[in-house]
Design a protein around this ligand. Structure first.
Ligand code: ATP
Ligand code: MG
Length: 567
């Protein structure tokens, strides 16, 4: 792989096969010059970064070609679907920049029409009511090498089928007692065409239609026709639906309705990450994370809370592109685009996560100086701010070593370093507790080095950050590591599931962090670069007087490292 370049959001997207198809259709005027896509989530969980790829593709092409993109909930499975999921999905698509321009639809809007279409197929002798159980249907379906067996109910008369289907709808039969099946071909090489189930009996409350229905269409019977009803031109979905396409085609052809074109692309997979709503739900339900929006989750709401920007996610999706084969993308690539974006937009601040007290013995007691600090070296218009400097400061414990190893150039006894935007200081003494742990250090400062430069031109090897103790704002900071310890969390040891791969150290909470006073005004969602430490975002758990920050990503560019190694 080549080193990823910064791609401005306005740069033309790289060419791909879906664009070629759309361009070709526009040339041949296949849909009268229309481009109309849709993003069709099932509201059975929160959206994740894989969905962002699909959102980017569907809304992206609509925008690129002056077309439209609908948001449609494929809500055909009442037992797993909830309004909470609908609401979160709407929020997330909107946040990612998807604009459905009021075209928000539900497959459940079409239940009546779908029912009529089912009746139409029964009348045409293309569908029948089957009394086999779902298990029996599965058993008789055959395999890739063996044809399926025909149901003994396959040749019921149209009248009997109409009567039974009507009674299924009226609630006369218990769950699972009967199904409506398409009459296609039990010997088809494509298992999806072996008399697939169209309707099942399910006495369940639906999040929108309530108790109105006790029969529900299968996803496969609803999806293609929903696209047809909405006049979708390019029905873009992931590769696992390739084998279902002949069935969608069969339904719209038998019904004689408008025929959208399905195009399949590869699912996004990311190392150290699970992208399956079912498994993410398990993490939530079993309490391995604090919720769907836990900042360690690959959900859009988790990434947002962690401090990701929609721009970073879109750049990542654009870079990942589309293909016809499934692969896995390095998590480092996502973090690369995140750093690229945050570097440009995040104001800088000084924060000490693990504080060590420093007393500057020769600094006047009670004196406070306002030091000028640059808000963002990448953005001059961001200006500067004042940071108070005083006699007692905090620095990172890591920035001091009593016995420094060879390559260690930060503070140690007798060593001089630069305090960023402050002064040169030299360590003159160490205070320890009874266990021998360093509790405080003493320094002297050189008043001639105000702002961080020595007039005599002498150099120091290290610059460290600091916060004035008397002015510090207290905060809790949550550091995150990958949620899983291995690249493919699905590869679990014999007899265990993916939770065996959970990283026990994915969350570290630091409760005694010291921030420069300007951060007292930080509000949930604000993002900062803490100098030398990484990017951090204010968590919604913050309350007045109690700031909580999430580390969004460390400064270290793992992607650049990976690139270097592979050269
Ligand atoms: P999951 O397996 O996580 O439950 P899903 O495919 O069942 O996902 P849907 O709500 O049906 O989730 O997905 C809505 C759209 O998003 C579909 O068009 C689907 O193909 C697409 N999508 C889902 N996961 C990914 C992914 N990992 N990469 C790209 N597109 C995805
Ligand atoms: Mg699905």
């Amino acid at each position: 792989m080549n080193t990823p370049k910064t791609e401005p959001e306005t740069a033309p997207a790289p060419s791909n096969f879906i664009r070629e198809i759309i361009l070709d259709d526009l040339k041949t005027n296949k849909y009268g010059g229309r481009v109309h896509t849709r993003f069709p989530p099932e509201p059975n969980g929160y959206l994740h970064i894989g969905h962002a790829k699909s959102i980017n593709i569907n809304f992206g092409f609509a925008k690129e070609f002056g077309g439209k993109c609908n948001l449609r909930f494929d809500d055909t499975n009442p037992s797993k679907e909830e309004t909470e999921y609908v609401d979160s999905i709407i929020e997330d698509v909107h946040w990612l920049g998807g604009d459905w321009e009021g075209r928000l639809f539900y497959a459940s809007d079409y239940f009546e029409q779908l029912y009529e279409w089912a009746v139409q197929l029964i009348r045409a002798g293309k569908a029948y009511v089957c009394d086999l159980s779902a298990d029996e249907v599965r058993q008789q379906r055959g395999t890739l090498t063996e044809p399926g067996r025909e149901s003994p109910y396959r040749n019921r008369s149209v009248e009997e089928n109409l009567n039974l289907f009507e009674r299924m709808k009226a609630g006369e039969f218990p769950d699972g007692a009967r199904t409506l099946r398409a009459k296609i071909d039990m010997a088809s090489a494509n298992l999806n065409l072996r008399d697939p189930i169209m309707y099942r009996i399910l006495h369940a409350e639906h999040h929108r239609t309530g108790g109105k229905w006790c029969i529900y269409p299968m996803y496969d019977f609803a999806h293609g026709q929903s696209d047809s009803i909405e006049g979708i031109t390019h029905s873009i979905c992931t590769l696992e639906f390739e084998d279902h396409r002949p069935l969608y085609d069969w339904y719209v052809e038998q019904l004689g309705i408008y025929h959208p074109q399905q195009i399949e692309f590869d699912r996004l997979n990311v190392t150290y990450t699970l992208l399956s709503k079912r498994k993410l739900l398990q993490l939530v339900q079993q309490g391995h994370v604090s919720g769907w929006n836990d900042p360690r989750m690959p959900t859009i709401s988790g990434l947002r809370r962690r401090g990701y920007t929609p721009e970073a996610i879109r750049s990542f999706c654009r870079r990942v592109g589309v293909s016809k084969t499934n692969g896995t993308t390095e998590l480092g690539l996502l973090e690369y685009f995140l750093r690229e974006d945050l570097n440009k937009r995040a104001p800088r601040a000084m924060a000490v996560l693990r504080p060590l007290r420093v007393v500057i013995d020769n600094y006047p007691e009670g004196q406070v100086e306002q030091m000028e600090a640059v808000n963002n070296p990448e953005d001059e218009s961001a200006g500067t701010r004042s940071v108070p400097f005083s006699k007692v400061l905090y620095i990172e414990q890591d920035d001091f070593r009593e016995d420094p190893p060879k390559q260690y150039f930060r503070l140690s006894p007798g060593r001089e370093v630069r305090l960023r935007y402050g002064y040169f200081v030299t360590c003159t003494g160490v205070v320890k507790d009874s266990s021998g742990a360093v509790t405080e250090i003493h320094c002297s400062y050189d008043p001639a080095t105000r702002g961080g430069n020595a007039p005599d031109g002498r150099k120091v090897k290290s610059t460290i950050h600091w916060v004035s103790a008397a002015h510090a704002v207290n905060a809790e900071v949550r550091l995150y590591d990958n949620l899983f310890t291995c690249e493919d969390p699905n590869q679990a040891p014999e007899g265990q599931d993916f939770t065996a791969n959970l990283n026990p150290n994915s969350l570290e909470t630091l409760g005694d962090c010291k921030l420069e006073p300007a951060l007292a005004a930080a509000a949930p969602g604000n993002r900062y670069q803490f100098e030398r430490l990484g990017y951090f975002a204010v968590d919604p758990d913050s309350a007045p007087g109690k700031l909580v920050f999430n580390r969004t990503v460390a400064l270290r560019d793992t992607w650049a490292k990976i690139e270097k190694k592979s050269k």
